[in-house]
Design a protein. Structure first.
Length: 131
């Protein structure tokens, strides 16, 4: 009877772990707040009070930044996927959506050689481990 009980318990725990993958936690290991720690190009770190990307275990995402020289605050909700060392961040506005693709290397988000409206920059984000 004890063997049967152990077997049932093991199967239950295994199924709970597998269900967490299908029930909204596919990015449990990657989840956290990623803070800007390096920026070069036409933009630099002194231009921001903060710039962070929050990844949730369920694939939801929040991108936030605040300009250092004014009260300009940016906040956008999005979703994300990580595959083959790339992170795909999808923001939606009404029926339109924009997908941004960056490198996800060694637990960091790296926006390498980005060019937006004539501004070129590189920005790297590291997960804040003090959460």
């Amino acid at each position: 009877f004890a063997y049967l009980l152990c077997t049932v318990t093991l199967l239950f725990l295994t199924s709970c772990s597998l269900l967490s993958l299908f029930k909204g936690e596919p990015y449990k290991d990657e989840a956290g707040v990623y803070e800007l720690y390096y920026m070069s190009g036409d933009l630099n770190m002194s231009m921001y009070d903060y710039y962070r990307i929050t990844l949730e275990a369920d694939g939801d995402c929040l991108v936030e930044s605040k300009g250092a020289y004014n009260s300009s605050i940016y906040s956008a909700e999005a979703t994300f996927e990580i595959e083959d060392n790339k992170i795909y961040i999808v923001t939606k506005s009404g029926s339109a959506s924009v997908t941004e693709v960056y490198d996800y290397v060694d637990g960091e988000i790296q926006m390498n050689n980005q060019s937006i409206q004539g501004i070129t920059f590189t920005a790297w984000f590291k997960r804040n481990i003090e959460e």
